[in-house]
Design a binder for this molecule. Structure first.
Ligand code: BCO
Ligand code: ATP
Ligand code: AKG
Ligand code: FE2
Ligand code: MG
Length: 335
């Protein structure tokens, strides 16, 4: 770090000591205040792009909100492509079109095209433009370094709740799904495609939870049911200080894969839309999750892979990621 940046950092640190980060103070109690030492900055690279304030905010909270990062025009194009996919005009091999469990399990509305999520759009050139947007990669590089893989892509179309609270996404850590490390070189970019607020089920985060370890995840015991693979942290404590991240169209949240987050139910009549990509440094490596808390999700993924590809070829949990990952910057060195 240059001397000038170090000096600015000191000023920020002094300020933080006094204010304990005003913007998240409402969700923190003073006993959770953390003190800082510049040498403990571990979550971001010093590329000179993030301000010291931004680096420290991420360090402390595990997320960073950038306003107005994606243009209206781009978002409108992603929305148009989403509509083509829903209508069936565009069919992309490998892309998962998912419906909410309340609809999928109901005989009455079986043929209704109420898509709750597109997953794995890496081979849809129009949607995948999102993952390559230079203004996003400029931020991503601060977390991953210069060799960047887009590992996981989603367009989430959170439906109006059908009355059973199935539109909720339980509190979870995204790392639960990922058999690659190191954890600090993975980041999610999540862009609001319209105004998102508490009414339509914005993201809910537990600030600072990225400093913990990966927790055990299970299906929550919810009366109305829960969507396939929507695991939540076991023994979730609803009294933990949390923050509703309200965003405008184009605002983008970058967050750490250990940050505990989820989303509440959509109490409006609209479909709340967001587009996201999980990036990892191409220098990351795959791990074997056998015997770890991730074994349950790897089994579910393997079951779906077997259903999709048959039993002739064996696709491991790591393979499913290696197949989907796409290089977006630098060199594909490992993943
Ligand atoms: C950072 C990462 C965070 C995450 O990724 S969290 C979420 C991860 N989610 C996923 O990966 C999406 C997984 N979804 C899928 O693979 C598919 O949508 C799924 C659930 C297999 C359904 O596939 P389809 O091709 O639509 O099959 P289908 O309509 O014939 O249904 C087959 C059986 O699945 C059931 N189903 C469909 N959508 C569901 C849902 N949302 N939740 C729970 N169950 C669901 C459906 O009822 C059917 O069950 P049955 O065989 O009739 O008993
Ligand atoms: N038992 C649980 N396990 C895991 N996550 C949970 C559990 N119960 C609630 N959540 C999650 O906590 C977050 C907040 O849920 P909640 O239903 O309170 O939403 P909300 O947006 O605060 O809505 P409201 O305004 O109605 O309080 C959501 O991500 C929800 O999925
Ligand atoms: O958009 C949302 O509701 C949250 C989605 C999410 O966290 C996920 O799929 O991992
Ligand atoms: Fe998530
Ligand atoms: Mg609530």
């Amino acid at each position: 770090m240059s001397r000038r940046a170090a000096d600015r950092l000191k000023v920020v640190l002094n300020h933080l000591d006094r204010s304990n980060s005003a913007s998240v103070r409402s969700s923190f109690t003073s006993s959770q205040a953390v003190s800082y030492h510049p040498q403990t900055l571990r979550y971001t690279f010093d590329t000179g792009f993030l301000s010291p304030e931004q680096r420290i905010f991420y360090e402390e909270n595990g997320f960073l909100l950038i306003k107005n990062l994606v243009s209206e025009e781009d978002i409108d194009r992603f929305r148009a492509e989403f509509e083509h996919v829903c209508k069936g005009d565009v069919k992309i091999p490998g892309m998962v079109v998912m419906r909410d469990v309340a609809i999928a399990k109901s005989e009455f509305v079986r043929d209704q095209k109420a898509v709750s999520k597109l997953q794995d759009f890496q081979d849809d050139a129009e949607l995948f433009r999102y993952c390559s947007l230079p203004q996003i990669l400029k931020y991503v590089e601060c977390f991953t370094g210069p060799n960047i893989m887009a590992m996981h892509t989603m367009l989430i179309n959170k439906p109006p709740d059908a009355g059973k609270k199935t539109s909720r996404h339980p509190m979870h850590q995204d790392l639960h799904y990922f058999p690659f490390r190191p954890v600090d070189h993975i980041v999610c970019a999540w862009t609001a495609m319209e105004k998102v607020n508490r009414q339509n089920g914005c993201l809910v985060v537990l600030p600072g939870s990225h400093k913990g370890t990966l927790q055990e995840h299970d299906y929550p015991e919810w009366e109305g049911g829960v969507n396939k693979m929507y695991h939540g942290v076991r023994n979730y404590d609803p009294n933990h200080p949390r923050m509703h991240v309200e965003m405008e169209k184009g605002d983008t949240l970058f967050f750490h894969p250990l940050l505990i987050h989820g989303s509440g139910m959509n109490q409006t009549q609209g479909f709340r839309k967001a587009i996201s990509c999980h990036y990892a440094s191409a220098d990351c490596y795959y791990i074997d999750v056998t015997g770890t808390s991730q074994e349950n999700i790897s089994k579910e993924v393997n079951e779906i892979a077997t259903r999709r590809y048959g039993t002739d070829i064996s696709v491991s949990f790591a393979d499913t990621w290696a197949l989907r990952g796409r290089l977006v910057h630098g060199e594909r060195t490992s993943l």
